[in-house]
Design a protein around this ligand. Sequence first.
Ligand code: URA
Length: 238
Amino acid sequence: MRLERLLANMGCGTRKEVKLLIKSGKVAVNGKILRDPGAQVIPGQDQIVCNGQAVEYRKYIYLMMNKPAGVISATEDAKDRTVLDLLDPQYRHKGIFPVGRLDKDTEGLLLLTNDGPLGHRLLSPKKKVFKTYYARVQGQVTAADREAFRNGIVLDDGYRTLPGDLNILSEGPISEVEVMICEGKYHQVKRMFLALGKQVLYLKRVAMGDLVLDPRLRPGEYRELESEEIQRLTAVTE
Ligand code: URA
């Protein structure tokens, strides 16, 4: 891999910035200063030091974000802020993308990674990875609604969803529920309730497979996954 690419990928700066660092003698490879941005290095094998700091090579980055309402879960948008805009510069420009979409007004667990194969497996309908949502719903959610979720619900476009689980946490003029579904159709949870004549007022994803949103993350905050979390996430897709 080109030295400048590795440094930019590892968050040492933009391509332009790392080129300057290399040319000004701030980068050493295996103890020797290299001034050629195009020098070939072996990721994970060559010892690279940039500005006096060892650069640890990682092929993939995995971030767990508590997505806030008001931002779009896409890599770019002509009008609105995206979840990538919330990331520190060291995590941008690395091919990181959000795994699946949450609506603009939905909060909660969003996985961001540059591990394309894992992202695709997590979204594949064949893998049936369950996503868990907490929702506040207008009106009384009943045992009949729970049964409807269990049987699959016919949406406004005629599609019958796969069976889901509905757990009623509290009933009243506004009910609180937990929903588990293994698909990701457009506005799926909201449309499932709409088909039952009910409106979702607030929606938050709390888990994806075994990966649970860290309660310490406030909306807009994120952290890297721990290796054990990455292993569990990988395991649900196998
Ligand atoms: N279902 C929805 O309706 N919206 C989301 O953002 C996610 C699931």
